[in-house]
Ligand binder design. Structure first.
Ligand SMILES: [Zn+2]
Length: 478
């Protein structure tokens, strides 16, 4: 196995193949088959997210995959931003369609024409709907399984409110939810940035996006939440009658946790040089029982292994025993590669005494646990394991943070795989030329300012030399 830290790119490719997460042999370029080991975990991630969304007042809906071309043209920035990435349906059977249909690259233009029908009065607000689905984008950058592909799986939320304050509050709620789920339950550290004007979601007033760090020091964008203001409401005529009987445009937000991409961050953040390391709640198999054969005791060992699996299953733990012909050593490697949180060894001694040997995937620490206590032990230790994984990931993240006062120093820091604080003139539209200088001279991307952290800049803009107006962050990105 390649080294996760030294050869991340090769490590990633190897793990996708060896742990059977994706099959890249599908014969449409940029499309892959997501395999059971990955999908089992992603379905659990979906369930956790959907539960959080419903807890905060969102209702599920399923919108059509096809969007008429005319819908795109109703919001000028949106059409400009997305049209180059759209897959179009131009024919149905032998008939050329009168109007081309887009395979949705995102669903604003499908959802908001319906909102204009559904929202009439103030009692229809707030309207908070989520939609779990896949979207299609004709990516021209190199594709990588889970990180960037032409079809990906995500959740979109589309919320409409009577006031700007409520919409702003929703954006904060989206960020808090990201923190609870992606860090709290998946253990992936990240920072929310307010994206610069030139890097916003097409059609948004403000975009806030979470960046996590991959082991090669490049950032990967996880969910973003967008304050859409009234831009789409005006384009799609989403209005309500206020108390005075006057017609008002709604204030809108949307939020898009891409589950398949968060999965890329999950495997990259926690994996090690032996393979995947999965959090207990997300693992398809939480405990694997490996029998250690001994001549004359085969029956007894097999029986005990089955007993352990039954006991765990009856306590709601996903457990299996590996009775294949391979050696125990081979099995250890295989299940470590797949990231199963606990391995339970059952040999002649364990079968006789009922005292089992349990190995933790992340630390490789071993413990002796009595059969009667095994289920409680795994549940408690599983929680502890996630907390340890979070601490380790946070520590690694902290070591990636750095700062620079000159373009030369910035370039050096970026080459060392850092996320670098820089004095910068502004993330308003005028700052764009300075971001281009950063890109050209230091091969970095300006990610924006940290949300909620009012940092006071010192000195002058790293690119133009004018007095700095913001502490911005630069990184190499996926
Ligand atoms: Zn500048």
């Amino acid at each position: 196995m390649k080294s996760r830290k030294k050869d991340f790119s090769e490590w990633y490719t190897e793990i996708v193949k060896e742990a059977k997460l994706c099959d890249l042999r599908y014969n449409v370029k940029g499309f892959v088959v997501f395999m059971p080991w990955a999908v089992s975990t992603m379905k659990k991630m979906y369930a956790i997210y959907e539960q959080e969304l419903e807890r905060t007042g969102h209702k599920p809906a399923w919108f059509p995959a096809l969007i008429p071309e005319g819908n795109f043209h109703r919001e000028a920035e949106h059409v400009e931003g997305f049209t180059p990435q759209v897959f179009w349906v131009e024919k149905a059977g032998d008939n050329v369609l009168e109007e081309r249909l887009a395979m949705r690259p995102t669903s604003e233009t499908a959802v908001y024409q319906m909102y204009s029908l559904w929202i009439q009065g103030k009692s229809d607000l707030p309207l908070k709907i989520y939609h779990s689905a896949q979207v299609w984008r004709y990516e021209t950058k190199a594709t990588r399984p889970f990180i960037r592909s032409r079809e990906f799986h995500w959740i979109e939320t589309h919320d409409a409110f009577a006031t700007r304050e409520e919409a702003e509050q929703q954006v904060r709620e989206d960020m808090e939810m990201s923190r609870r789920v992606i860090f709290g339950q998946f253990g992936i550290p990240f920072i929310f940035f307010q994206r610069p004007e030139w890097d916003k979601f097409p059609g948004a007033v403000h975009t806030y996006a979470a960046d996590c760090m991959m082991p090669d020091g490049r950032v990967l964008q996880l969910p973003s939440t967008h304050l859409l203001g009234q831009n789409f409401a005006k384009a799609f005529n989403v209005k309500f009658l206020d108390e005075k009987g006057e017609s008002q445009y709604c204030w809108q937000t949307c939020y898009g946790p891409a589950i398949s991409r968060i999965y890329a961050a999950l495997i990259s953040t926690h994996g090690d040089d032996a393979g995947l390391v999965l959090p207990f709640e997300l693992a398809p198999i939480q405990a694997i029982v490996v029998p250690i054969p001994k001549k004359g005791s085969e029956k007894m060992i097999e029986q005990k292994a089955r007993e352990v699996v039954e006991r765990l299953s009856s306590c709601g733990i996903r457990a299996e025993a590996d009775f294949t012909e391979s050696t125990p050593g081979f099995k250890y490697n295989e299940w470590e590669m797949k990231g199963v949180p606990f391995r339970i060894e059952v040999g002649a001694k364990e079968a006789e005494t009922g005292e089992l040997t349990v190995a933790r995937r992340d630390t490789k620490a071993k413990a002796k646990v009595r059969l009667g206590e095994i289920a409680d032990y795994l549940k408690n230790e599983g929680r502890r394991q996630l907390e340890d994984m979070k601490r380790k990931a946070e520590e690694e993240f902290r070591l990636r943070l750095s700062s620079a006062e000159s373009i030369g120093k910035l370039k050096e820091e970026l080459e060392r795989g850092k996320l670098v604080a820089i004095p910068f003139c502004t993330i308003e539209a005028e700052g764009k030329t300075c971001a281009e200088v950063v890109k050209e001279k230091a091969s970095g991307d300006v990610r924006g300012t940290i949300y909620g952290k009012d940092e006071k800049p010192e000195g002058n803009c790293i690119a133009c030399g004018k007095k700095a107006g913001a502490v911005a962050y630069a990184a190499k990105q996926y």
